[in-house]
Design a binder for this molecule. Structure first.
Ligand code: FES
Ligand code: FES
Length: 209
């Protein structure tokens, strides 16, 4: 087979970059394929923060995007969009999940609680109050996910659900700071507010932990 190297050596760097740039622009300008555009909408009913919503939605839309883009509930944040940071944590049927890792159409009939549903100015959830009292945030981007995760995590402890590092399976309610960190390890804080976050969780947890 004839080698491409002699051709490349004759092609100047400027000409090569120009050709590559034109190709990229042409690809970007191309309309979406008929297959992608033809995906039919599906109906899904979500109860979010106690309010029922009937949506006609592209089945490829994540729960995170449905909350933010369709329902304008932008308190839930998009950090990595691939299940690594926890910024998108919401509570679905009582359990915390990463809303970027699931499709909205999979939650027909489900009850979703976002940060907006936990409390509001003047009537904050105890966990929200504790985060304020203990400076459990700096930039605040991870905070809605941290708070939703912490609320559901305390419910897990109250229900006697052990973690990977529970010392005594007969007493899963006895949790150390290390175990709290393990239980919250799916929520990353780039500002490294972890000591204050743990202090806030212990404060809000009270006798539960
Ligand atoms: Fe969902 Fe990062 S945005 S885990
Ligand atoms: Fe900034 Fe957590 S407060 S990422």
């Amino acid at each position: 087979m004839e080698s491409i190297l002699p051709f490349l050596s004759r092609l100047s760097r400027r000409r090569f970059l120009g050709t590559a740039g034109a190709t990229t622009l042409a690809m970007a300008a191309r309309p979406p394929s008929a297959e992608a555009a033809a995906e039919p909408a599906q109906k899904v009913a979500l109860t979010v923060n106690g309010r029922r919503h009937a949506l006609d939605i592209d089945p490829r839309v994540t729960l995170l995007d449905a909350l933010r883009e369709n329902l304008a509930l932008t308190g839930t944040k998009k950090g990595c969009d691939q299940g690594q940071c926890g910024a998108c944590t919401v509570i679905v049927n009582g359990r915390r999940i990463n809303s970027c890792l699931t499709l909205a159409v999979l939650h027909d009939g489900d009850e979703v609680t976002t940060i907006e549903g936990l409390g509001r100015p003047g009537a904050l959830h105890p966990m929200q109050q504790a985060f304020i009292a203990h400076d459990g945030y700096q930039c605040g981007y991870c905070t809605p996910g941290q708070i939703c995760s912490a609320v559901a995590m305390l419910d897990e402890i109250r229900a006697g659900m052990p973690s990977h590092v529970t010392a005594d399976l007969n007493a899963p309610q006895l949790v150390s700071d290390e175990e709290l960190r393990e239980r919250m390890s799916g929520n990353i804080c780039r500002c490294a507010g972890y000591p204050n976050i743990i202090a806030a969780i212990k404060d809000a947890g009270g006798a539960a932990i």
